[in-house]
Ligand binder design. Structure first.
Ligand code: NDX
Length: 255
């Protein structure tokens, strides 16, 4: 496999277009899973959350890992390139092999699972193909301010995301499916603390890679879970009369 000129910009533009489609679809009406599922649909139309998240996220880890294994001769240099590929796989290793096994979420709709899996194949291919076959970085990229600041943002975002998902999980006892007011960590300031962390993480990745595919993915993330954070916030305000009034939806003190 080689780097085909034009393929990466074309796939990145399509990802940007999908992000806008996503925004137009889910700005007014939330995507129908979790607390926004209108009514509990037939069990046949859903898969247990653990299984669904594992299946859906697996391609994001597997596709770049396969592309890396198929590359001949193996790409070992520069170090910056290897580290960036590892960061992407590291996130999806967590999301595929760790997150699903602890989730206490509701069963996931099969229809969304299908689209989510397609999306993860597409994005896993785009990010992996770019980093493994196309990206050119100078040998001292690891000391470039874009790499170091992006890496710091990525780690900060990942820390916030994992910690916030843990706080959400602790709201429920095993088997429970009710919703409670999230407390602690960044939830003190925003309703979508886990989403805020994920968005910071992928913008950090985009800065560290300084690449069109990664910026397109960060933009997609913003358009996908940004509106969802807003809908979560409205849901909490409507459901809990004692919900903290000073808490924002997504960005602490701002929005
Ligand atoms: N999965 C990313 N679009 C998505 C699945 C849905 O990883 O057709 C994008 C991802 C996919 C989406 C994916 C892509 C676009 C799709 C969409 C479906 C339609 C859409 C395919 C792939 C589409 C077009 C048209 C463009 C093709 O019961 P429960 O489940 O609600 O329980 C929850 C629990 N919880 C609480 N428990 C007690 N009390 C409370 N108050 C609670 N509040 C929540 O916590 C869950 O078990 C858990 C987390 O819930 P929630 O709702 O806060 O987060 P969730 O949305 O489930 O995300 C989980 C994590 C989170 O860290 C988030 O940052 C990350 O995954 N994520 C999620 C979505 C996308 C994404 C990251 C990204 O874009 N990077």
């Amino acid at each position: 496999m080689h780097c085909l000129p034009g393929l990466v910009p074309a796939l990145s533009s399509l990802l940007g277009a999908l992000a806008l489609l996503q925004l137009s679809l889910y700005l007014r009406v939330p995507s129908r899973y979790g607390k926004h599922e209108e009514r509990l649909c037939r069990p046949r139309g859903r898969l247990p959350a653990r299984c669904a998240w594992f299946v859906q996220e697996l391609p994001s880890f597997l596709v770049p890992a396969l592309l890396l294994a198929l590359r001949s001769p193996p790409r070992l240099e520069p170090l910056g390139c290897r580290l960036l590929c590892c960061l992407f796989c590291w996130h999806y290793f967590y999301r595929t092999f760790i997150y699903p096994f602890f989730t206490r979420g509701r069963p996931f709709p099969l229809q969304l699972l299908f689209f989510g899996t397609l999306f993860c194949i597409y994005n896993g291919f785009l990010q992996g193909y770019y980093l493994i076959y196309c990206a050119e970085y100078p040998n001292d990229w690891c000391t470039d301010i874009r790499f170091t600041s992006g890496l710091l943002l990525f780690l900060l975002g990942m820390g916030i995301n994992i910690h916030s998902d843990l706080l959400l999980r602790q709201l429920r006892k095993p088997g429970e499916v009710t919703y409670k007011i999230p407390q602690g960590g960044l939830f003190t300031y925003v309703s979508g603390a886990n989403y805020f962390g994920e968005i910071v993480e992928w913008f950090g990745f985009a800065i560290a890679t300084w690449s069109l595919p990664a910026f397109a993915f960060a933009f997609f993330t913003l358009c996908c879970i940004g509106p969802r954070a807003y809908h979560h916030h409205r849901y909490y305000l409507k459901t809990f009369t004692d919900y903290p009034k000073s808490r924002k939806a997504l960005i602490p003190f701002v929005f």
